[in-house]
Design a protein around this ligand. Sequence first.
Ligand code: TRP
Ligand code: SF4
Length: 326
Amino acid sequence: MHVLSGMRPTGKLHIGHLIVLENWIKLQNDGNKTFFFVADWHMLTTGYENVSNLSELTTTLVREYLAVGLDPKKSVIFVQSAIKEHAELYLLLSMIVPLGRLERVPTYKEQLRELKGRNISTLGFLGYPVLQAADILMYNADGVPVSEDQAFHLELTREIARRFNSLYGQIFKEPKTLLTPKLLGTDGRKMSKSYGNTINIDTNMKEIEKTVMPMKTDPARKRRTDPGTPEKCNVWNYHLAFETPKEKLDEIHYGCTHATIGCVDCKRVLLGNMKKRLEPIWERIEYFKTHPKDVEDVILEGNKRARNTAQETMKKVKSAMNLVQY
Ligand code: TRP
Ligand code: SF4
């Protein structure tokens, strides 16, 4: 299966992204042909007014991809803006996408409302999902791992593929959405930097403790002797995300429902697991921080491989649309 996904370089990754990346890594290690990229042009659709650290954010994101476990030997890791073919396909697709369809994309209306302070009544922002469709269709992706909020974009991508195919012949596959469940923020709301309920990947145990220890637990556990229901507790979601062995999870579940462990103990176990998971990542982040050339080499090589595939696709697309090829 061909798999593709990308993230915008919005700043430091948090543990919500970690869950997403772990899903990518699973797909990578399951023998799929995987493409993972940094959507820096997408970043411009809302952030065009401030580009002062865009290139730095882009390389930082690749560094974190690598530190978490994306492997350039198995995956094509690249930067969107380096592959001009994305812009070309975006332009061609824009010819066939009805304007009204774009205005009806729920994320479009929502963002227009949410980002009121920024002037995003632009062609670029309206075209966001078309650019995303170009990213996906370019690599013949069968599956695209994304979270729920991207589902509409994937739906539109399939519509665009169908419309293109019916106009010009069977060129594109209709990619499936591979839904990644979301981890909630430490306060139980949607995880978002703007709520201040995230934990960055690139941080330290002291900071993590400060966020985890005050997390709300099942209100039924007023005293340590009161049994609780892990399913009503956000800490439990974090255990599910950070505790892999099933026996360990069963142990915590039993301890909570039988009041044999307290919430503080429970959180300490979680902190231990987070440390185990994150420490090797921190080491690798440090390594790549002091070896920026390694990151650059990965990008150069990935760009080259992505470009090869992209050029093949564009040949087919141009031929289907009867555009001159010389
Ligand atoms: N819109 C995606 C997000 O904000 C990023 C993205 C751009 C993407 N192009 C993509 C994701 C193609 C999957 C496939 O997360
Ligand atoms: Fe939540 Fe753990 Fe307390 Fe149970 S013991 S309520 S899972 S923090």
